[in-house]
Design a protein around this ligand. Structure first.
Ligand code: ACO
Length: 442
């Protein structure tokens, strides 16, 4: 008869252990009982990049990597991208269900009224260097919000959590737009609450002397679809950073600032910026084979390709390809798209990429669209952080409510020196002899 357990034999001691399996997972804490002696701290799981470790049970986003499936709360991303809008999708992600008309109107109102930021935030942004990366500004300003809302410390209060969620979703576009205007030396534009979520964002970015900014409806919808596609992606690097930091019971602004920082990296939210730089460096379709050769030999990576979870075409990349065509009808064709399409065609026929299941991810085409819409590359990860805020807040609320969660504190396998005595500086080896010994750690 089959049993939902795993039997382990420890060949060091000959002892057997029976460990429960739940949801196709064992609890690595159950390994701790496996010891060779009473002093032994017990067996640990070693998983340096958490490649095969679940850190939570979640009801928010489902990814089936082998099949290229992404669903928010059960709804396929393709349907949401076609029929929903970002604010409705954000509601779905945060609250778990699609809203009825009345609740959607209330949600829209509740998010919109939080689009303003304290005037001191404006001064704070002003003090960044003229060429500060907007993502650096975003990390700083989101973190600074915690000082404006000390009530956010009350993380176990439902109303407080709801308020911080509406504030963050409402304010992120404003902070992002201020960061952009600062880098351009332009005056900040205050939110226009008559416009849609993305329409208002475009207004805060691009409004010049006109009394009222009218967003182009195609670009407004394209950005909205891109926001839907980026709203959540289960336990990715930034969400894991958010959960880890939030597990200390810090306020949501500090935790989201950590998530934004994680998103800044070129292997995560910075990848679409890296894609554009790569495409510009390649420069022409003719040079693609030369670059493919480089990537295969480990000299750089084909940015925008590969994913920790998707071992098939990223479903978001398919939708983005369609959005690109619509955007180019308005903006004119971004010449980088031809290099990208050919790069994709060649890579998907090459055994190196096929055998490693490396397909285009969401970042492969998103940067090309953003560039065509007039965004500088430094704004790309910012455009990712805005919609991801709804996902982060849903993940945060799930963490806070989960009785199984504790402060995140992984184990390590110590491989350093054994105990040794302090040596006074005068008695230590000469600098030239020590050089090699210290260089490893810096
Ligand atoms: N180009 C060339 N080779 C690659 C690439 C790539 N883009 N991605 C992975 N590989 C190769 C690796 O060299 C490795 O080969 P090997 O087995 O011969 O050593 C194999 O494929 C597996 O790669 P890993 O690095 O182990 O895969 P991992 O799951 O750790 O990394 C990641 C996933 C970070 C996304 C990786 O594919 C990558 O660096 N891609 C480029 C950056 C990128 O597009 N990031 C965006 C991710 S999506 C997002 O964050 C929204």
């Amino acid at each position: 008869m089959s049993k939902d357990t795993l039997t382990i034999t420890d060949n060091r001691t000959g002892k057997q252990y029976e460990i429960p399996i739940e949801h196709n997972a064992i609890r690595t804490a159950d390994l701790r009982q496996i010891k060779t002696s009473v002093e032994d701290a017990g067996l640990v799981g070693y998983d340096p990049a958490l490649t095969n470790t679940a850190t939570c049970k979640s009801k928010i986003t489902c990814i089936v990597g082998d099949k290229g499936i992404l669903r928010y709360r059960g709804y396929p991303i393709e349907e949401l991208a076609e029929k929903s809008n970002y604010l409705e999708t954000a509601y779905l992600i945060v609250k778990g269900e699609l809203p009825d008309r009345k609740h959607f109107e209330m949600w829209k109102q509740n998010v919109t009224i939080h689009s303003m930021v304290h005037e001191n935030i404006k001064k704070f942004v002003d003090e960044f260097r003229y060429d500060a990366h907007p993502m650096g500004i975003l990390v700083g300003t989101v973190g600074a919000l915690s000082t404006f809302y000390p009530d956010a410390k009350d993380i176990f209060d439902l109303e407080s959590r709801r308020l911080q969620t509406r504030r963050l979703i409402g304010k992120l576009p404003t902070l992002a737009a201020f960061a952009y205007r600062h880098s351009r030396g332009l005056p900040y534009v205050y939110p226009d609450n008559d416009l849609s979520y993305t329409g208002n964002f475009l207004s805060m970015l691009f409004k010049m002397t006109e009394l009222k900014y009218q967003p182009n409806p195609v670009l407004e919808r394209a950005l909205d679809v891109l926001f839907i596609l980026h709203a959540d992606h289960e336990q990715n690097c930034s969400t894991n950073a958010l959960r880890s930091v939030a597990s200390s019971q810090v306020d949501a602004y500090s935790a989201v600032a950590a998530a934004v920082a994680a998103l800044y990296g070129p292997l995560h939210g910075g990848a679409n910026e890296a894609v554009i730089r790569m495409l510009m460096e390649i420069g022409s379709v003719k040079r693609i084979p030369e670059y493919i050769k480089k990537f295969k030999s480990g000299e750089g990576r084909l940015m925008g390709f590969g994913h920790r979870v998707y071992k098939n075409y990223d479903p978001r990349a398919k939708i983005i390809k369609r959005v690109a065509d619509e955007v180019f009808q308005v903006t004119g064709r971004n010449p980088l798209i031809d290099i990208a399409l050919e790069l994709e065609r060649i890579a998907l026929e090459d055994d190196y990429f096929v055998s490693r299941k490396l397909y285009p991810n969401v970042d492969f085409y998103s940067g090309i669209i953003y560039q065509a819409m007039g965004f500088p590359v430094t704004m790309f990860p910012v455009l990712f952080a805005i919609p991801r805020t709804s996902g982060w807040m849903a993940q945060w609320a799930e963490l806070v409510r989960d009785p199984e969660q504790k402060i995140t504190r992984p184990r390590q396998i110590y491989i350093g020196e054994g105990a040794r005595s302090y040596v006074p500086i005068a008695q230590r080896p000469q600098p030239d002899m020590r050089e090699d010994a210290v260089s490893e750690s810096i």
